[in-house]
Write a protein that binds this ligand. Sequence first.
Ligand code: NAD
Length: 260
Amino acid sequence: MLNNKSAIVTGSTSGIGLGIARALAEQGANVMLNGFGDRAAIDDLAATLAAAHGVKVLYSDADMSRPGEIEAMVREAEAAFGAVDILVNNAGIQHTARVEDFPPEKWEQIMAINLSSNFYTIRAALPGMQRRDWGRIVNIASVHGQVASSNKAAYVAAKHGVIGLTKTVALENARSNITCNAICPGWVLTPLVQKQIDDLAAREGISADAAQARLLGEKQPSQAFATPEQIAAAVLFLCSDGAQQMRGAALTIDGGWTAQ
Ligand code: NAD
Protein backbone atom coordinates (compact mmCIF):
# COMPACT_ATOMS: atom_id res chain seq x y z
CA MET A 1 0.00 0.00 0.00
CA LEU A 2 2.84 2.45 0.80
CA ASN A 3 5.39 1.34 -1.78
CA ASN A 4 7.49 4.31 -2.91
CA LYS A 5 6.59 6.28 0.21
CA SER A 6 9.06 7.28 2.91
CA ALA A 7 8.36 7.97 6.55
CA ILE A 8 9.90 9.37 9.70
CA VAL A 9 8.57 8.06 13.01
CA THR A 10 9.95 9.95 16.00
CA GLY A 11 10.45 7.95 19.18
CA SER A 12 10.26 4.64 17.33
CA THR A 13 12.78 2.60 19.31
CA SER A 14 10.09 1.54 21.79
CA GLY A 15 6.38 1.16 22.42
CA ILE A 16 3.81 2.78 20.13
CA GLY A 17 6.38 4.34 17.76
CA LEU A 18 8.05 0.99 17.21
CA GLY A 19 4.68 -0.57 16.40
CA ILE A 20 4.00 2.22 13.89
CA ALA A 21 7.43 1.91 12.27
CA ARG A 22 6.97 -1.84 11.87
CA ALA A 23 3.53 -1.40 10.30
CA LEU A 24 4.76 1.24 7.84
CA ALA A 25 7.70 -0.96 6.78
CA GLU A 26 5.34 -3.94 6.39
CA GLN A 27 3.30 -1.82 3.99
CA GLY A 28 6.37 -1.07 1.90
CA ALA A 29 7.42 2.35 3.17
CA ASN A 30 11.02 3.33 3.81
CA VAL A 31 11.33 4.32 7.45
CA MET A 32 13.62 6.51 9.47
CA LEU A 33 13.66 5.28 13.05
CA ASN A 34 14.41 7.71 15.86
CA GLY A 35 14.71 7.55 19.64
CA PHE A 36 17.05 6.42 22.33
CA GLY A 37 18.24 2.93 23.20
CA ASP A 38 21.00 0.40 22.73
CA ARG A 39 22.70 1.20 19.41
CA ALA A 40 23.45 -2.43 18.51
CA ALA A 41 19.83 -3.47 19.15
CA ILE A 42 18.54 -0.54 17.08
CA ASP A 43 20.89 -1.35 14.18
CA ASP A 44 19.72 -4.95 14.38
CA LEU A 45 16.07 -3.86 14.32
CA ALA A 46 16.69 -1.63 11.28
CA ALA A 47 18.48 -4.43 9.40
CA THR A 48 15.76 -6.97 10.26
CA LEU A 49 12.91 -4.69 9.13
CA ALA A 50 14.72 -3.74 5.92
CA ALA A 51 15.42 -7.36 5.00
CA ALA A 52 11.92 -8.59 5.90
CA HIS A 53 10.09 -5.98 3.83
CA GLY A 54 12.55 -4.94 1.13
CA VAL A 55 12.58 -1.31 2.27
CA LYS A 56 15.25 1.13 3.44
CA VAL A 57 15.34 1.56 7.21
CA LEU A 58 17.62 4.20 8.70
CA TYR A 59 18.12 5.46 12.22
CA SER A 60 18.59 8.99 13.53
CA ASP A 61 19.57 9.61 17.15
CA ALA A 62 18.25 13.20 16.94
CA ASP A 63 17.10 14.49 20.32
CA MET A 64 13.55 15.78 19.93
CA SER A 65 14.25 18.53 22.45
CA ARG A 66 16.83 20.06 20.05
CA PRO A 67 15.50 21.96 17.02
CA GLY A 68 18.82 21.80 15.16
CA GLU A 69 18.96 18.01 15.44
CA ILE A 70 15.33 17.74 14.32
CA GLU A 71 16.01 19.75 11.17
CA ALA A 72 19.11 17.65 10.44
CA MET A 73 17.08 14.43 10.84
CA VAL A 74 14.49 15.58 8.29
CA ARG A 75 17.19 16.66 5.83
CA GLU A 76 18.98 13.32 6.28
CA ALA A 77 15.77 11.40 5.52
CA GLU A 78 15.05 13.56 2.47
CA ALA A 79 18.59 13.00 1.17
CA ALA A 80 18.53 9.24 1.78
CA PHE A 81 14.96 8.48 0.64
CA GLY A 82 14.38 11.34 -1.80
CA ALA A 83 11.36 12.52 0.21
CA VAL A 84 9.56 12.51 3.53
CA ASP A 85 5.97 11.66 2.60
CA ILE A 86 4.77 10.49 6.00
CA LEU A 87 5.68 12.13 9.28
CA VAL A 88 4.60 10.53 12.53
CA ASN A 89 5.28 12.65 15.61
CA ASN A 90 5.30 10.12 18.39
CA ALA A 91 8.24 10.80 20.75
CA GLY A 92 6.98 11.67 24.19
CA ILE A 93 7.78 11.51 27.88
CA GLN A 94 5.80 11.77 31.10
CA HIS A 95 6.38 13.19 34.54
CA THR A 96 3.80 13.22 37.32
CA ALA A 97 3.60 15.75 40.14
CA ARG A 98 1.16 18.37 41.39
CA VAL A 99 1.59 21.77 39.73
CA GLU A 100 3.12 23.38 42.82
CA ASP A 101 5.70 20.58 43.01
CA PHE A 102 6.31 20.26 39.27
CA PRO A 103 10.02 20.81 38.49
CA PRO A 104 10.33 23.67 35.96
CA GLU A 105 12.99 21.77 34.03
CA LYS A 106 10.57 18.84 33.60
CA TRP A 107 7.91 21.25 32.35
CA GLU A 108 10.34 22.66 29.78
CA GLN A 109 11.51 19.19 28.72
CA ILE A 110 7.96 17.88 28.24
CA MET A 111 6.96 20.99 26.30
CA ALA A 112 10.02 20.59 24.07
CA ILE A 113 9.70 16.86 23.38
CA ASN A 114 5.92 16.38 23.45
CA LEU A 115 4.87 19.63 21.73
CA SER A 116 7.60 21.80 20.19
CA SER A 117 9.26 18.86 18.42
CA ASN A 118 6.01 18.43 16.44
CA PHE A 119 6.29 22.04 15.26
CA TYR A 120 9.94 21.64 14.26
CA THR A 121 9.49 18.35 12.38
CA ILE A 122 6.42 19.65 10.55
CA ARG A 123 8.13 22.95 9.74
CA ALA A 124 11.08 21.07 8.23
CA ALA A 125 9.10 18.41 6.34
CA LEU A 126 6.18 20.47 4.97
CA PRO A 127 7.96 22.30 2.13
CA GLY A 128 8.94 18.98 0.53
CA MET A 129 5.40 17.65 0.91
CA GLN A 130 4.06 20.85 -0.64
CA ARG A 131 6.43 20.57 -3.62
CA ARG A 132 5.18 17.01 -4.26
CA ASP A 133 1.60 17.88 -3.23
CA TRP A 134 1.25 14.79 -1.06
CA GLY A 135 1.82 14.22 2.59
CA ARG A 136 0.49 12.55 5.70
CA ILE A 137 1.27 14.04 9.10
CA VAL A 138 0.08 12.03 12.08
CA ASN A 139 0.65 13.40 15.56
CA ILE A 140 0.36 10.94 18.42
CA ALA A 141 -1.42 13.08 21.00
CA SER A 142 -3.36 11.38 23.81
CA VAL A 143 -6.70 11.37 25.56
CA HIS A 144 -4.82 13.95 27.62
CA GLY A 145 -5.09 16.23 24.60
CA GLN A 146 -8.85 16.24 25.23
CA VAL A 147 -9.33 15.75 28.96
CA ALA A 148 -7.08 16.19 31.98
CA SER A 149 -5.87 14.04 34.85
CA SER A 150 -4.33 15.27 38.07
CA ASN A 151 -0.53 15.40 38.37
CA LYS A 152 0.10 15.64 34.63
CA ALA A 153 0.09 19.42 34.04
CA ALA A 154 2.90 19.52 31.48
CA TYR A 155 1.76 16.42 29.61
CA VAL A 156 -1.87 17.56 29.45
CA ALA A 157 -0.90 21.08 28.34
CA ALA A 158 1.50 19.75 25.70
CA LYS A 159 -1.00 17.22 24.31
CA HIS A 160 -3.79 19.84 24.14
CA GLY A 161 -1.24 21.93 22.23
CA VAL A 162 -0.55 19.07 19.82
CA ILE A 163 -4.24 18.93 18.91
CA GLY A 164 -4.29 22.70 18.29
CA LEU A 165 -1.17 22.50 16.12
CA THR A 166 -2.72 19.57 14.22
CA LYS A 167 -5.85 21.59 13.39
CA THR A 168 -3.81 24.60 12.25
CA VAL A 169 -1.55 22.57 9.95
CA ALA A 170 -4.61 20.79 8.55
CA LEU A 171 -6.30 24.11 7.75
CA GLU A 172 -3.22 25.70 6.23
CA ASN A 173 -2.95 22.75 3.83
CA ALA A 174 -6.64 22.03 3.38
CA ARG A 175 -6.64 22.55 -0.39
CA SER A 176 -3.71 20.23 -0.95
CA ASN A 177 -3.17 16.50 -0.71
CA ILE A 178 -1.43 16.95 2.62
CA THR A 179 -3.44 15.89 5.65
CA CYS A 180 -2.62 16.39 9.30
CA ASN A 181 -4.44 14.47 12.02
CA ALA A 182 -3.92 13.43 15.62
CA ILE A 183 -4.46 10.08 17.32
CA CYS A 184 -5.48 10.11 20.97
CA PRO A 185 -4.72 6.83 22.71
CA GLY A 186 -5.92 5.95 26.19
CA TRP A 187 -3.80 3.48 28.15
CA VAL A 188 -1.41 1.47 25.97
CA LEU A 189 0.90 -0.93 27.81
CA THR A 190 4.37 0.39 26.91
CA PRO A 191 7.48 1.22 28.98
CA LEU A 192 6.04 4.74 29.55
CA VAL A 193 2.96 3.28 31.24
CA GLN A 194 4.80 0.38 32.90
CA LYS A 195 6.74 2.99 34.87
CA GLN A 196 3.47 4.49 36.12
CA ILE A 197 2.25 1.00 37.07
CA ASP A 198 5.49 0.26 38.93
CA ASP A 199 5.37 3.64 40.72
CA LEU A 200 1.75 3.04 41.80
CA ALA A 201 2.55 -0.50 42.99
CA ALA A 202 5.52 0.76 45.04
CA ARG A 203 3.58 3.73 46.44
CA GLU A 204 0.55 1.66 47.50
CA GLY A 205 2.39 -1.56 48.38
CA ILE A 206 0.29 -3.55 45.89
CA SER A 207 1.22 -6.02 43.14
CA ALA A 208 1.90 -4.91 39.56
CA ASP A 209 -1.27 -6.74 38.48
CA ALA A 210 -3.33 -4.89 41.06
CA ALA A 211 -1.76 -1.58 40.01
CA GLN A 212 -2.58 -2.30 36.35
CA ALA A 213 -6.17 -3.11 37.25
CA ARG A 214 -6.38 0.10 39.28
CA LEU A 215 -5.13 2.27 36.38
CA LEU A 216 -7.55 0.70 33.93
CA GLY A 217 -10.39 0.75 36.44
CA GLU A 218 -10.01 4.47 37.07
CA LYS A 219 -10.16 5.58 33.45
CA GLN A 220 -10.62 2.99 30.72
CA PRO A 221 -14.12 1.41 30.63
CA SER A 222 -13.04 -1.47 28.38
CA GLN A 223 -10.69 -2.50 31.21
CA ALA A 224 -8.17 -3.46 28.55
CA PHE A 225 -5.08 -1.77 27.18
CA ALA A 226 -4.95 -0.69 23.56
CA THR A 227 -1.93 -2.13 21.74
CA PRO A 228 0.77 -0.45 19.66
CA GLU A 229 -0.51 -2.53 16.72
CA GLN A 230 -3.98 -1.00 17.10
CA ILE A 231 -2.54 2.51 17.13
CA ALA A 232 -0.45 1.59 14.07
CA ALA A 233 -3.59 0.37 12.27
CA ALA A 234 -5.09 3.84 12.66
CA VAL A 235 -1.91 5.43 11.33
CA LEU A 236 -2.08 3.19 8.24
CA PHE A 237 -5.69 4.22 7.71
CA LEU A 238 -4.77 7.91 7.97
CA CYS A 239 -2.09 7.29 5.31
CA SER A 240 -4.60 5.69 2.95
CA ASP A 241 -6.74 7.30 0.23
CA GLY A 242 -9.78 6.50 2.36
CA ALA A 243 -8.66 9.13 4.86
CA GLN A 244 -8.13 11.86 2.25
CA GLN A 245 -10.88 14.04 3.75
CA MET A 246 -9.87 13.53 7.36
CA ARG A 247 -8.38 16.89 8.17
CA GLY A 248 -7.46 18.11 11.63
CA ALA A 249 -9.22 15.21 13.34
CA ALA A 250 -8.39 13.91 16.80
CA LEU A 251 -9.11 10.19 16.66
CA THR A 252 -9.59 8.55 20.04
CA ILE A 253 -8.50 4.95 20.64
CA ASP A 254 -9.17 4.87 24.33
CA GLY A 255 -11.40 1.98 25.38
CA GLY A 256 -14.17 4.50 26.07
CA TRP A 257 -12.13 6.81 28.35
CA THR A 258 -13.47 10.04 26.81
CA ALA A 259 -16.99 8.70 26.19
CA GLN A 260 -17.76 8.92 29.90
P1 NAD B 1 7.80 4.77 25.21
O1 NAD B 1 8.47 5.32 26.42
O2 NAD B 1 7.65 3.30 25.04
O3 NAD B 1 8.49 5.33 23.89
C1 NAD B 1 8.88 6.67 23.77
C2 NAD B 1 9.84 6.80 22.61
O4 NAD B 1 10.25 8.17 22.53
C3 NAD B 1 11.12 5.98 22.77
O5 NAD B 1 11.54 5.50 21.51
C4 NAD B 1 12.12 7.01 23.31
O6 NAD B 1 13.47 6.67 23.03
C5 NAD B 1 11.67 8.22 22.52
N1 NAD B 1 12.13 9.47 23.09
C6 NAD B 1 12.00 9.93 24.37
N2 NAD B 1 12.60 11.12 24.49
C7 NAD B 1 13.12 11.42 23.27
C8 NAD B 1 13.86 12.51 22.75
N3 NAD B 1 14.22 13.56 23.53
N4 NAD B 1 14.23 12.48 21.45
C9 NAD B 1 13.92 11.43 20.66
N5 NAD B 1 13.20 10.37 21.09
C10 NAD B 1 12.82 10.38 22.38
O7 NAD B 1 6.37 5.52 25.19
P2 NAD B 1 5.00 5.19 24.43
O8 NAD B 1 4.01 4.83 25.47
O9 NAD B 1 5.20 4.30 23.27
O10 NAD B 1 4.61 6.66 23.95
C11 NAD B 1 4.70 7.10 22.62
C12 NAD B 1 3.80 8.29 22.42
O11 NAD B 1 2.45 7.91 22.66
C13 NAD B 1 4.10 9.46 23.37
O12 NAD B 1 3.95 10.69 22.69
C14 NAD B 1 3.02 9.32 24.42
O13 NAD B 1 2.71 10.54 25.03
C15 NAD B 1 1.87 8.81 23.57
N6 NAD B 1 0.83 8.13 24.33
C16 NAD B 1 1.11 6.99 25.03
C17 NAD B 1 0.09 6.38 25.73
C18 NAD B 1 0.29 5.10 26.52
O14 NAD B 1 -0.62 4.70 27.25
N7 NAD B 1 1.42 4.44 26.40
C19 NAD B 1 -1.20 6.93 25.74
C20 NAD B 1 -1.43 8.09 25.02
C21 NAD B 1 -0.41 8.68 24.32
